[in-house]
Write a protein that binds this ligand. Structure first.
Ligand SMILES: Nc1ncnc2c1ncn2[C@@H]1O[C@H](COP(=O)(O)OP(=O)(O)OP(=O)(O)O)[C@@H](O)[C@H]1O
Length: 302
């Protein structure tokens, strides 16, 4: 469990994180989402005691990070995959950390296999690709078998196979009852990764809720409805505030969730052949809700 309360960080006149309050529960993957510069890394660094908050508190399993005596056994983190000693081999890097945290040496080779780096164990990290560094960073986070895991942009630099592997790994870690908190600036990355979302913009909380609830916030949420009874269903939907665009025996509906449309159809004995939410709607919800918070807009000066 991660609990953040009134967390604030100011750098001079600039506020990087402003009065953030949210909780991240165990047993689920929680995505930490926000545009570039939103304050995700600063928040994660405060959770790990690397940055001192200006105000507020952040606890892991009920205690601030610095009160945890067990280091990597208590919380595992991937912050900056590039921040490792390039002259060391992958195995030496993990072995040094294992020794200083009282973790059995056997765990090192087990993890190198698990993250797909067994073949590169004796190579210097300096020659690693970004994707290999991310894998090593993930191995480092897992080394102490901790109940709480934090990952800052873990999908950066991974190939499609790597992305699938990481998603499966996060699911498994959550299913084991761990708290898994994963940052990203891309909604598309979170769509198939997270159960819950914490969304921030310009350092402030925008949403902390289930991914499905977040998707339903998009006012342009669009649902495709296949029905032979479009003439009956359309006025029922518009009466609920939806807008409906017909296309043959399909309707594109915005402004209502698929669940509500299904309920209206069922109650009014309207046959449905198809009912699907556009996968673009999550991205749209994210763009809409963060559009005022985007720090760096292409082709625009603020
Ligand atoms: N040490 C620092 N001194 C001054 N300003 C800082 C410092 N660290 C971060 N900031 C500012 O705080 C804000 C939040 O930065 P942060 O790196 O936490 O965002 P982020 O959401 O992780 O962004 P990205 O997705 O680009 O990594 C930015 O405006 C950044 O410039």
């Amino acid at each position: 469990m991660i609990e953040v309360n009134g967390l604030t960080k100011r750098y001079g006149a600039a506020t990087a994180v402003k009065d953030l309050t949210f909780a991240v529960r165990p047993g689920e993957v929680t995505g930490f989402l926000g545009p570039n510069g939103a304050g995700k890394t600063t928040t994660l660094r405060m959770l790990l005691g690397l940055v001192e908050p200006t105000a507020g508190t952040a606890t892991l399993q009920g205690l601030p990070f610095r009160h945890h005596p067990r280091g990597l056994r208590h919380v595992g983190a991937l912050l900056d995959a590039g921040d490792v000693h390039g002259g060391r081999t992958a195995r030496a890097h993990l072995a040094v950390l294992a020794r200083s945290n009282g973790i059995p040496r056997a765990r090192v080779d087990e993890l190198l296999r698990e993250v797909g780096l067994a073949g590169a164990a004796r190579r210097r990290i300096g020659g690693f690709s970004l994707g290999m560094r991310q894998r090593l960073g993930i191995a480092t986070a897992l080394l102490g078998d901790p109940p709480v895991l934090l990952f800052d942009e873990p999908l950066n630099g991974l190939d499609p196979e790597g992305v699938l592997w990481v998603r499966g790994l996060f699911r498994r870690l959550a299913a084991e009852g761990r708290t898994v908190f994963v940052s990203s600036h891309l909604m598309t990355e979170m769509e198939h990764t997270a159960d819950q979302l914490v969304v921030i913009g310009r350092g402030e909380l925008i949403a902390a809720e289930a991914l499905s609830a977040f998707a339903a916030r998009g006012t342009r949420l669009s649902v495709t409805v296949g029905t032979p009874d479009g003439a009956v269903l359309t006025p029922l939907l518009t009466a609920e505030g939806a807008s409906v665009v017909p296309d043959g025996d399909r309707l594109t509906v915005t402004g209502l969730t698929a669940a509500r449309i299904g309920e209206l159809a069922f109650r009014n004995r309207v046959q449905l052949n198809e009912l699907s939410t556009s996968s673009a709607s999550l991205e749209e919800a994210f763009m809409e809700l963060t559009s005022d918070c985007v720090e760096y807009l292409a082709g625009e000066t603020r």
